[in-house]
Design a binder for this molecule. Structure first.
Ligand code: PMV
Length: 360
């Protein structure tokens, strides 16, 4: 796959004003992306579950204009959001070669998240993927002869340029991003659905997100990615990610939940080990993150229920478990784990379908 594929070369037509809407979910990585090269190329392949309840709803209202610049306003929950502008301006600049029509319209970008604002859940994956797929839907109106598989691929390609992991939110289920030898068709440019058989247990896996710390992160993901350049352990970390991808393929096919948990937890701790050993080093986990991890391990030992954890670049804990154990795990969360959450807050989510159009 080459980037040229995404430069429009089909005839275009004039359209008037209108609106396009999409909802797009967040995703949780099982094998983590940490470290990148220029143009949002990942240093290693990753795989994630697309979520369902944690999502961004975006409406893109467009009005034709004749000036040669970007013109847009952003609204969060109906309120103008000036602090979102730089990120969107940068996104539009990056994707302009692939969406040259962006300068031909004024946009009102109306966005809202289904999860609480500043909950510590990154809205960049859901937000950027929702906006990217709206842009591609606009291209579909303007340019003729675009097929729907291409449109999804392009939405993922554009989303990646907004925020790397966002490219894994367009498709549902299990999504792979990054070139990996054992996965034919895998690419550094786009996320695409895991192409092998998936055991039913992984099709409706549950993810309870425990909100340990809702504050702003001290170190952003982009700073963290950059610290992987010249990191003493970078080479072995990238090799480890490749090895985990290889190991996960038969595990996901056969439904081997014990082996799945082993890799997923090792990935989460390896991600944070990279942060703790970079230069400068930093720690994003909080004491309550560790309390939760220890409680999950104790519960698992006592009950033999296959519940495990993973972490993003933050203090919150994602509790992962098969659907058949929902009542036992929810009981654990309510009774024991929620005391470690800020204001007792957590979000129950599960594997979902990916980005979907919103009827306007
Ligand atoms: O997409 P970014 O740049 O916010 O990086 C995401 C990095 C992790 O969430 C830590 C891992 C991942 O693969 O999602």
């Amino acid at each position: 796959m080459l980037v040229e594929e995404f430069i429009p070369n089909t005839p275009s037509k004039n359209i008037g004003s209108g609106a396009i809407g999409f909802s797009s979910p967040s995703n949780i990585a099982l094998v983590k992306y940490w470290g990148k090269r220029p143009h949002q190329i990942p240093a290693n392949p990753s795989i994630s579950f697309t979520l369902s309840n944690c999502k961004t709803n975006t409406i893109l209202r467009y009005t034709p204009k004749s000036t040669d610049d970007f013109s847009f306003d952003v609204f969060l929950d109906g309120n103008k959001q000036a602090d979102f502008r730089p990120k969107i301006q940068q996104f539009f600049e990056r994707i302009l070669p692939y969406a040259p029509f962006l300068k031909s319209f004024h946009f009102d970008i109306e966005t809202s998240n289904t999860f609480p604002h500043s909950s510590g859940i990154a809205s960049s994956a859901s937000g950027m993927s929702a906006l990217a797929i709206c842009v591609v839907a606009l291209e579909e109106l303007i340019c003729i002869d675009l097929d729907s598989a291409f449109l999804k691929r392009k939405a993922s390609f554009l989303a990646r340029l907004g925020s790397g992991s966002a490219c894994r939110s367009i498709e549902g289920g299990l999504v792979v991003w990054g070139k990996h030898n054992s996965i034919f068709g895998s690419s550094d440019l786009v996320g695409f659905q895991f192409p092998f058989e998936v055991h039913p247990v992984f099709k409706d896996y549950q993810d309870a997100i425990l909100l340990v710390d809702k504050g702003e992160k001290q170190v952003s993901s982009s700073v963290g990615h950059n610290l992987m350049h010249n990191h003493s352990y970078a080479k072995s970390r990238f090799e480890q990610a490749h090895k985990h991808m290889d190991q996960l393929i038969p595990i996901l096919e056969s439904g081997a939940v014990q082996e799945f948990m082993n890799i997923v937890e090792k990935e989460a701790l390896s991600l944070h080990a990279m942060m703790m050993s970079s230069d400068p080093y930093f720690i994003l986990m909080k004491p309550n993150t560790l309390e939760i991890i220890n409680s999950i391990w104790a519960f698992r030992k006592e009950t033999q229920i296959p519940v495990c954890f993973t972490l993003d670049a933050g203090a919150n804990v994602h509790v992962l478990y098969p659907k058949q154990y929902t009542s036992e795990v929810e009981h654990l969360i309510k009774g024991q784990l929620s005391v470690y959450c800020q204001n007792g807050q957590y979000i129950l989510d599960h594997v979902g379908l990916g980005a979907e159009p919103i009827k306007i």
